[in-house]
Design a protein around this ligand. Structure first.
Ligand code: RAT
Ligand code: ZN
Length: 448
């Protein structure tokens, strides 16, 4: 029998319980199953230097969010212990981790969100880091794990039911693995694939050259003939099949405009690739196209992945795409805080637009709270409040734990507000909406 909730305390209790019990479908991560190889020492003794499955202490500590933080406190050119970027990259993973541990965790309080995340992971794994800051001891614990069983353990503790990968087809390391053994790679039911195709829009001439090298006649990157279009479509279909991808995705710079404004031949050709290659294939397959807009790559190239920046994007480009391609479904997340309100309003106008996540530099408690509140107030529960973007398996633990607490707080407020008007709210309804937010909306949008 559904139970009617009449007080704030009853609402809070129900929301928190429902959030704890709710299995999560994580719609965007950079995680991989063990079949993609792991560079991390482990119980099975099998390591692969270029393996893609990242997990464990040293990977957690060398997460690119922490690399940029360590370079704030020990700048490259500082006379006191400064470490030139190239020197840092020459260190072993363990040495990099030690440098970060020393400066961000031992010599000062690890209060940033990315630092706190490491502590939450260790705590949820039952490793009492407060008692012993010795990395050696912790490393031993991780080295005893079997990667596949460790995935089960992390998924169980974080209550993640399904992990969505990001599978960049223009990354040679990953591409070769797919070509050698797609059957094996997509055989892990815990993971789903996503065909990631950034260069097609970020740099179509380069992408076209690659496609041509791989046997798809995509042309010279400046013009697109009917034959080039067909070949580009054939390329996408072949890779969607190989990966059994559940959607296609890319990230775009803040300067992305639709229609292209620059008049540059390459931008115009990129726009044609979007209109004539990507969107028709996505529509024909009923697959969403995910656009993550606002990342300016390598403003400090020496920092590598840690050197990317945020910039304000053009929400009207998203609006035009949703209007002009009503048969396409768009997942969209924007990196700039300043774009969030306009994006919510855009989502009110288009059923084919599903906004998702608090991406990258927005994945901080203060911004998750603000953005979730705004989304609930403008869109009700018809959105996807969060994805983890984990690059290291263990991060599922902290990213979801931290978000659950904040989203729970906001939901408790919103449900209490309607209870206060006298509107009947039951525990079943709360559970149903929480299921929508953490699982159902994503699956339903894929199936639509
Ligand atoms: O959040 C991140 O780790 C970024 O480096 C990016 O990978 C971003 O999430 C992306 O998918 O482009
Ligand atoms: Zn990502």
């Amino acid at each position: 029998m559904p139970k009617r909730l009449t007080t704030r305390t009853a609402v809070e209790k129900t929301v928190h319980q429902a959030l704890r019990d709710q299995p999560i479908v994580d719609m965007h991560t950079h995680l991989y199953p063990p079949t993609f190889g792991t560079p991390v020492p482990n119980r099975t003794g099998k390591t692969d230097r270029d393996g893609l499955m990242l997990w464990g202490l040293d990977e957690l500590l060398t997460y690119h969010y922490l690399v940029s933080e360590v370079y704030r406190v020990v700048p490259a050119h500082s006379r006191k212990g400064g470490l030139a970027y190239e020197e840092f990259w020459k260190l072993s993973k363990q040495q990099q981790a030690e440098h970060i541990w020393k400066h961000l965790f031992v010599e000062r309080a690890p209060v940033s969100e990315a630092c706190r995340g490491v502590l939450t992971c260790l705590e949820l794994l039952g490793l009492e880091v407060g008692k012993n800051k010795d990395l050696g001891k912790l490393r031993k614990w991780f080295a005893q794990q079997d990667p596949s069983k460790y995935i089960d353990k992390v998924m169980k503790i974080s209550n993640v039911e399904s992990i969505t990968m990001t599978n960049p087809v223009f990354d040679d390391n990953e591409r070769e693995r797919w070509l050698k053994g797609a059957e094996l790679l997509r055989g892990d039911p815990r993971f789903k694939s996503v065909l990631r195709i950034d260069p097609i829009l970020r740099d179509w001439p380069k992408a076209a050259k690659k496609l041509t090298e791989w046997g798809f006649n995509a042309g010279d990157g400046k013009t697109l003939t009917q034959k080039n279009i067909e070949e580009g479509q054939r390329f996408l279909r072949e890779w969607l099949d190989r990966q059994e991808a559940i959607y296609m995705a890319l990230s775009l710079p803040p300067e992305f405009r639709y229609p292209a404004e620059s008049g540059e031949a390459a931008d115009k050709a990129g726009q044609m690739a979007l209109e004539k290659i990507i969107l028709p294939v996505a529509a024909e397959r009923g697959l969403p196209f995910a656009m993550m807009i606002g990342s300016k790559m390598r403003v400090n190239p020496a920092l590598r992945d840690a050197g990317d920046m945020v910039g304000k994007s053009d929400v009207q480009a998203v609006v035009r795409l949703c209007a002009e391609f009503p048969k396409n479904k768009f997942f969209v997340t924007l990196l700039a805080r300043e774009n969030q309100h306009e994006l919510c309003v855009a989502a009110r106008k288009f059923g084919n637009l599903m906004i998702f996540g608090c991406w990258w530099f927005l994945n901080n408690p203060v911004l998750i709270e603000e953005i979730t509140r705004m989304r609930l107030e403008l869109l009700g529960t018809s959105m996807i409040p969060q994805h983890s973007d984990s690059r290291v398996l263990d991060q599922l633990l902290y990213k979801w734990q931290h978000s659950r607490v904040i989203i729970g707080r906001v939901l408790a407020d919103k449900f209490t507000d309607i209870v206060d008007t006298g509107w009947p709210v039951t525990d079943e309804e709360v559970k149903q909406d929480i299921n929508r937010l953490f699982r159902g909306n994503f699956l339903e949008f894929l199936a639509r």
